[in-house]
Design a protein around this ligand. Sequence first.
Ligand code: SAM
Length: 254
Amino acid sequence: MSLIKEVKKKRELSGLPDSIVQRAVQKSGGEVKGARALLRKYFGVFLTNKVLKAKGDEKEMLENHMSSKKRNYEEFYKEIFSPRDDSGGPKDIKGIHSVIDLGCGANGFSYGKIKEELGSVDYVGIEAAGQLVDGMNKYFEEKMFLARAECMDLFEFEKIVDVLKRQNKDRCVFLFQVVDALENLERDFSKKFITEISKECEWIVVSLPTESLGGRKKFTVQRKWIVDYLEENFSVKKDFKKDGERILVVKVKK
Ligand SMILES: C[S@@+](CC[C@H](N)C(=O)[O-])C[C@H]1O[C@@H](n2cnc3c(N)ncnc32)[C@H](O)[C@@H]1O
């Protein structure tokens, strides 16, 4: 049996794309236990039993995932998409036809709230945890939402760009709390990643945690480099802090 199959025998790791498991196997020098430990470190924290079962209603699902549970989604999307005084904000934002949510976690379960702000936009959630993807797709079907989730590896870059290319303009990419995951592969990878995806989208909303996952430790000065990079290369329309995250709404200059 291949090492990838062996690693994926564990239920919580069984839904991950092979490319992610392969990288963990390589990093651990071909050791199954080491590879599993790595994957648990990066993904396990989000893949609790409640999340893996993925059977609750939207409120429960969002509350079960480490990243979404602290958000008041109504206020969250309102603040991101609401009108503001500065030019270029609201009218443009209302022109969004697709949302592409990269490393979406359980965020697809908030589609109803996105719809309240933007109308029936076409939503695509990209997520490594296959169990979550299945749960979201089932939910979208039941609700008859114009939405789908795909189990993919964000590091398979060309495939992500292809997804973006197929979506209708204006396209808004969500990068909620995924910068750290991108940096795990290679330092500064997120800058390269954002540079590439910005060629195929009109808006990017980035969120960065301002507290540790448990909510106890507050980060002080940090991730300045990514904020600087966004400010230098794009037009930052909003920058605010809310419920343990810093959110930047960015318009891609074309
Ligand atoms: C901190 S969580 C954020 C979830 C969601 N964006 C949110 O803010 O509610 C990071 C998510 O990225 C996913 N992820 C990490 N690396 C990934 C990769 N290489 N490909 C796809 N998804 C990945 C994880 O499974 C996890 O659900």
